[in-house]
Design a protein around this ligand. Structure first.
Ligand code: IMP
Length: 395
C-alpha cells in the first residue's frame, strides 16, 4: 500500500525461479530501495537498477517512465559491477536505459530538500516529474544524441533557477551540486552512454517472441499520484497500469499481475494512516520487523493490516494473485488486528483518509491461526494469496 512490503525480495525470488528474459523498471527513481539478500548473504539495495541485474541471464531495462539521477545511477552501477556478477560487461549490453527517461537536475534535488512539506525521500523526484510536465525536462537521450544542445539548455535552466536560492549558503551548495552533477552526467554519457537507446523495438521484439518478461513496480498504490493519499504521495503512477505505461508494455499483453503486501502496514513520511499503532504493539512491530527506510534510514511508522486499503489496491490493479510478507513478525504477538471497515460501514478510503476510524477483527494467537487468517484475507479480497514470504532471504 505505502511501499516497503518486500518487493525486492519477491522480485528477486521470481527472477531466479523463472529465469526471466527481460526485467523492466517502469516508474519512480532512486526514491525506491529494493533490498535483496544474495545466496552468499550479501545484502544489496537497488534503487533504480531492475532487480534482474543479479541474474546473468536477464536483460534489464530502465524504462521511459522512470526518472534518473545521474550520480546515483553511476554509483549504483559501480556498486553492482564490484559484485562480479557474470555477464555484466558494458559491451554485453545486459542493462539498457530508455533514451526517453528524464533526468533529475541539481535544482530539483535542492528544491525537494528545501520544500519538503510531506517528508519525501529528498531525491528530487517530484520536481523532476514536474519539469517533465512543464515541458522543460531534459531526457537522457538528449545528452547522448545532442550533448552540446543539452548542456546549453541545462546551463540556461541553471541560470534561471539559481535566482530561487537567495541564502548564500544554499547558493553555495547549489554551485557545488551543479559542478558535481556536471561531472556525473559526463561520466554517465562517456562510460555508459552506449546503454542509452530506444528500448521500444527491443521490448516489442521480446513481446512478439513471447519471451518471459517481468515488470518491476516501485513504491505502493497508496503513494500513486492519481489514487493515493494526495498530497502525501510520490509523483509517478504506482498502479499496475502506470507501470505498464512507464515500461512501454500494453496492459493487455500482461497475463499476470502480482501484488505484494505485508501482514501489517507501514508508512514513511507524513500523511494519514488509519491503522497506525503508536502503542507498544506498534513499537514491537518496528523493532522485530526492522522497519527502517532502506533509502533514507528513517523509522517507518507501523500499524495493522488494513483490508479497506488493500482491497482498494487490488481493485485498482486487478491483481491475479497476492504475496504476503513478514507474517513471521506477527507470530511473536498474542493477537493480530485486521481492519475490515471504517466507521459508518465505509468500505472505501474517503477523500480525507485522516477522518477514517478503523474497525477491527481480532485474531488471537496468530502463530496457530495462520490458515484461518489467510482464508479470511483471501475471502475478503477475492484474490488468492499464492505465497507467504518468511524472512529476508531468497529461499
Ligand atoms: P518522493 O517519492 O521522494 O517524492 O516521496 C514522496 C512520498 O513517497 C514520501 O512519503 C516518501 O516517504 C514516499 N516514498 C517514496 N518512495 C518510497 C519507497 O520506495 N518506499 C516507501 N515510501 C516511499
Amino acid at each position: 500500500q505505502w511501499g516497503d512490503e518486500g518487493k525486492g525480495k519477491i522480485i528477486d525470488f521470481y527472477v531466479n525461479k523463472f529465469d526471466y528474459d527481460l526485467v523492466i523498471r517502469g516508474q519512480g527513481g532512486s526514491n525506491a530501495g529494493h533490498t535483496l539478500i544474495l545466496e552468499d548473504n550479501q545484502k544489496i539495495v537497488l534503487r533504480l537498477l531492475p532487480t534482474g541485474i543479479v541474474n546473468p541471464r536477464s536483460l534489464c531495462i530502465i524504462g521511459q517512465g522512470t526518472v534518473i539521477d545521474p550520480s546515483s545511477l553511476v554509483k549504483e552501477i559501480e556498486q553492482i559491477i564490484k559484485l562480479k556478477i557474470p555477464n555484466l560487461e558494458i559491451s554485453n549490453r545486459r542493462l539498457l536505459i530508455s533514451e526517453r527517461a528524464h533526468l533529475t537536475m541539481p535544482w530539483h534535488r535542492l528544491y525537494d530538500r528545501q520544500n519538503n512539506l510531506i517528508g519525501t525521500t529528498g531525491n528530487g523526484i517530484g520536481p523532476t516529474y514536474a519539469a517533465k510536465a512543464l515541458r522543460e525536462g531534459l531526457r537522457i537521450g538528449d545528452f547522448v544524441h545532442h550533448p552540446k544542445v543539452a548542456f546549453d539548455k541545462m546551463q540556461e535552466l541553471k541560470t534561471a533557477y539559481q535566482k530561487n536560492f537567495t541564502v548564500p549558503e544554499v547558493l553555495q551548495e547549489f554551485e557545488k551540486m551543479y559542478s558535481e552533477y556536471q561531472q556525473a552526467i559526463q561520466t554517465l554519457i562517456k562510460t555508459y552512454g552506449t546503454l542509452v537507446t530506444d528500448t521500444h523495438p527491443i521490448v516489442q521484439n521480446y513481446l512478439q517472441q513471447q519471451k518471459n518478461i517481468l515488470l518491476e513496480g516501485a513504491q505502493g498504490v497508496l503513494l500513486d499520484l492519481e489514487v493515493g493519499t494526495y498530497p502525501f504521495v510520490t509523483s509517478s503512477n504506482t498502479t499496475f497500469s502506470g507501470l505498464c505505461a512507464g515500461a512501454g508494455v500494453p496492459p493487455k499483453k500482461v497475463d499476470k499481475a502480482i501484488g505484494v503486501f505485508k501482514a501489517y502496514t507501514t508508512r514513511v513520511g507524513s500523511g494519514p494512516f488509519p491503522t497506525e499503532d503508536n502503542s507498544e504493539y506498534g513499537q514491537k512491530i518496528q523493532d522485530l520487523g526492522q522497519e527502517f527506510g532502506s533509502v533514507t534510514g528513517r523509522k517507518r511508522r507501523c500499524g495493522h493490516l488494513d483490508l479497506v486499503l488493500l482491497k482498494y489496491a487490488c481493485d485498482l490493479c486487478g491483481f491475479d494473485q497476492l504475496i504476503m510478507t513478514k507474517f513471521d513478525i506477527l507470530e511473536n504477538f498474542d493477537e493480530m488486528k485486521i481492519c475490515h471497515t471504517y466507521e459508518d460501514n465505509m468500505k472505501y478510503p474517503p477523500l480525507y483518509l485522516e477522518r477514517a476510524v478503523p474497525q477491527y477483527r481480532h485474531f488471537a494467537n496468530p502463530k496457530n491461526k495462520s490458515e484461518n487468517i489467510i482464508r479470511y484475507i483471501e475471502e475478503y479480497l477475492g484474490v488468492k494469496i499464492e505465497y507467504l514470504s518468511l524472512g529476508p532471504k531468497r529461499d
